[in-house]
Design a protein around this ligand. Structure first.
Ligand SMILES: Nc1ncnc2c1ncn2[C@@H]1O[C@H](COP(=O)(O)OP(=O)(O)O)[C@@H](O)[C@H]1O
Ligand SMILES: [Mg+2]
Length: 410
């Protein structure tokens, strides 16, 4: 039974909500309140499982009440209800510690789904905290043992150069070719398209991790991550662009720490801006793959991007160039590009519109459906360059690994 406290200053709204929830056998309204102050008192008295909270109320508004309750009664999570267009409330509510946000008018199904979801996550958090002594961090057995995983950022100064395509196929190939556990994270927060690229239909996204406090527990992570092809786990971007700025670099810090405890590799897709967010993100990663195509504007932007990285003090050894869309018409000279951009070209991906087109249309990675295509080979070569031999152990017989690695001429 989920015990609920309903808070709204309009009596008829309270009654309607009670009536609406009367149909659900697993939900019981244990109290109602007409303003924030009353809500805090009632919550202390009834210790509800969930608090359904309006924003605009007399005496004390819902945001302030949520802030107090998050501090005083953290086991009673708050779901905020607000009307459309109050975008600023959404941010403030999440900052105040609200776990979920419902836009009025919402349907019965939406309401019940939100209540059950928040309840379930809270239960998991409770069990996790009870099962784990504070000193334990819940590090899973990965190919690296207890060493934290490596974050590989896929970055570019220009959109459309193939970041998302590379990030998704790289993650899948990493997982398929090695014994590593791999996560793919979509940090193109506004217009992330890892979900469409890999045809993942999953209701949870990174915004579900924003409200879950300081450390991100493995159970919560397991719930929010989607299953992707080739055994990878995928953290999707917010479902709608307006949720993007709910995710701050402080959250990313916690999320990355959580992921690095669980995965050997965390491949991150990004937006192409040299934004404050991306600059802070760069500090959290171990490797940066800068993707460029061979057009003059793309090369110019790659050069500028590399300059910015240099000025930020990023270790040059952590940066590698990937040249994408190489075709018979492009005047590709590896040495010239390396000299001009002063960074090693670690991989060149051919322009293969047929292979890529089919994969993108079907929402499947080309490394899976066309493993013998040139572009798939190029991605596997990249994997071989990025991954130290220890991660291969246990997956392939040693001679096969050797052969494969020497094939790449290293
Ligand atoms: N090597 C390639 N061969 C053929 N088409 C490509 C290649 N790389 C990228 N594309 C095309 O460019 C599109 C944009 O790629 P995407 O990864 O979404 O770019 P970004 O994430 O950098 O904005 C892809 O959907 C694909 O159609
Ligand atoms: Mg993209």
């Amino acid at each position: 039974m989920i015990r609920l406290l309903v808070v709204d200053d309009i009596a008829s709204t309270r009654q309607n909500l009670q009536k609406l929830l009367g149909f659900d056998d697993d939900i019981e309204v244990v109290g109602t309140a007409g303003d924030g102050r009353e809500a805090v008192e009632m919550a202390h008295a009834t210790k509800p499982d969930i608090i359904l909270m309006d924003v605009n109320m007399p005496v004390m508004d819902g945001i302030q009440a949520t802030e107090l309750l998050t501090e005083e009664l953290s086991a009673s999570p708050v779901i905020i209800m607000s009307v459309q267009g109050e975008r600023d409330y959404l941010r403030r509510a999440m900052q105040a510690g609200a776990r979920e946000f419902l836009i009025k008018p919402f349907s019965h199904d939406e309401l019940v789904a939100a209540i059950r979801q928040v309840y379930m996550l809270e239960q998991k958090r409770g069990t996790y905290l009870a099962d784990h002594a504070p000193a334990q961090t819940g590090v899973a057995a990965t190919a690296r043992g207890t060493e934290p995983g490596e974050v590989i950022l896929v970055f570019a100064g220009k959109g459309g150069v193939g970041k998302t395509l590379l990030a998704s196929n790289l993650a899948v190939a990493l997982s398929a070719e090695t014994s590593a556990k791999v996560a793919l994270v979509d940090l193109d927060l506004q217009f992330g398209d890892v979900g469409v690229m890999l045809n993942i239909d999953h209701p949870r996204s990174i915004t579900d991790l924003v409200s879950s406090g300081e450390a991100i527990e493995p159970e919560i992570l397991g719930d929010v991550l989607a299953k992707g092809p080739g055994g990878i786990s995928v953290l999707l971007a917010p479902l709608s662009p307006e949720y993007a700025d709910l995710v701050t670099t402080k959250h990313i810090r916690n999320i990355m720490a959580g992921l690095r405890g669980q995965f050997d590799y965390v491949v991150v897709d990004t937006s192409c801006h040299v934004s404050e967010f991306n600059i802070e993100l760069i500090e959290l990663v171990q490797k940066i793959l800068v993707v460029t195509s061979l057009t003059i504007p793309a090369l110019k932007d790659a050069k500028l991007t590399l300059k910015v990285l240099e000025s930020l003090g990023v270790d040059a050894a952590a940066i590698q160039l990937i040249v994408n869309r190489v075709d018979a018409y492009s005047d590709f000279n590896k040495e010239a590009i390396e000299g001009n951009l002063r960074s090693p070209v670690v991989a060149q991906l051919p322009f293969e519109p047929r292979v890529v087109g089919e994969a993108v249309t079907r929402g499947v990675p080309f490394v899976e459906i066309q493993p013998e295509a040139e572009i798939s080979r190029a991605v596997r070569e990249l994997v071989a360059q990025l991954v130290p031999s220890v991660v291969w152990a246990g997956r392939r017989e040693p001679d096969k690994v050797k052969k494969r690695r020497s094939l790449f001429g290293r």
